[in-house]
Design a binder for this molecule. Structure first.
Ligand code: MF3
Ligand code: CO
Length: 248
């Protein structure tokens, strides 16, 4: 069941979204080759706590960190580690969620570290574009299949694979609410998104095959062909006249 948010509730989610975005901005400024993904997790944790917010991922179904840090062929849910040293030329997807005054924000960016190849840069750029293609076509009453249609069309036109095993989601007082928001689909299908619906739209786009494998740490997701993958996510509210992106 989709929980429709009032204007006052969206105002509160705007605050959670703002903190979520600030964490990503801080990580974007901090990330450098030679750091570990655990270093980034500590930066995120400390910043979130300094805002009197709660890192929503920490202890979520036993997840042991405040961010997911997914390097190159890791699609999502990379557990930060002292053993994962970030290297020149890598792309690092950082996903973070915060709870502030009881309301959730969830967003992800893929950062370029040092001299990144043109082909990886293009993957990261197209992944962001996939999000915006979906959002440009989103308003009160849009069928949810349109989101997947616009993401998938843009990714596949660029020769990339769209991850299907994981989706975006509704968000509010809980990180994962209805509806599930696939990144593939057919235009004109599925439920119509109404004003007051808040969703996390999060294309996960692979340079090669769309297929993924799950690591035996219980979290990490990697591309089946071990080619790179990028992730871009924002928390988005459907409004009267269009959308408001709460984590930009
Ligand atoms: N942000 C992720 C999502 O969009 C969730 C991360 S899983 C967690 O669904 F366990 F780390 F929280
Ligand atoms: Co999410």
């Amino acid at each position: 069941m989709i929980k429709i948010k009032s204007d006052a509730e969206i105002e509160l989610m705007r605050e959670s979204g703002r903190i979520t975005k600030q964490v990503l901005d801080l990580i974007g400024k901090s990330i450098k080759e030679g750091m570990t993904t655990k270093d980034l997790d500590i930066i995120a944790y400390n910043y979130i706590r300094s805002c009197d917010a709660i890192p929503s991922f920490l202890n979520y179904n036993g997840y042991p960190a405040s961010i997911c840090a997914s390097v190159d062929e890791m699609v999502v849910h990379g557990i930060p580690s002292n053993d994962i040293v970030i290297k020149n030329g890598q792309i690092v997807s950082i996903d973070v969620g915060v709870i502030y005054n009881g309301w959730q924000g969830d967003a992800a960016r893929t950062f370029l570290v040092g001299d990144v190849s043109e082909e990886k840069k293009r993957l990261v750029k197209v992944t962001e574009e996939c999000f915006f293609k979906a959002v440009e076509n989103l308003r009160n009453g849009t069928p949810i299949g349109d989101i997947g249609y616009y993401v998938q069309t843009h990714a596949e036109q660029n020769g990339y694979g769209v991850v299907r095993a994981l989706t975006g989601h509704g968000i509010g007082k809980d990180m994962h609410e209805d509806p599930s928001v696939p990144n593939f689909g057919k235009k004109g299908t599925g439920i119509r998104l109404k004003k007051g619906t808040v969703i996390a739209i999060e294309p996960m786009i692979n340079m090669g095959t769309y297929q993924v494998e799950f690591l035996n740490d219980g979290w990490g997701v990697v591309t089946k062909d071990r080619l790179p993958s990028a992730h871009y996510e924002n928390t988005v509210a459907i409004t009267e006249n269009g959308v408001e992106i709460l984590t930009l």
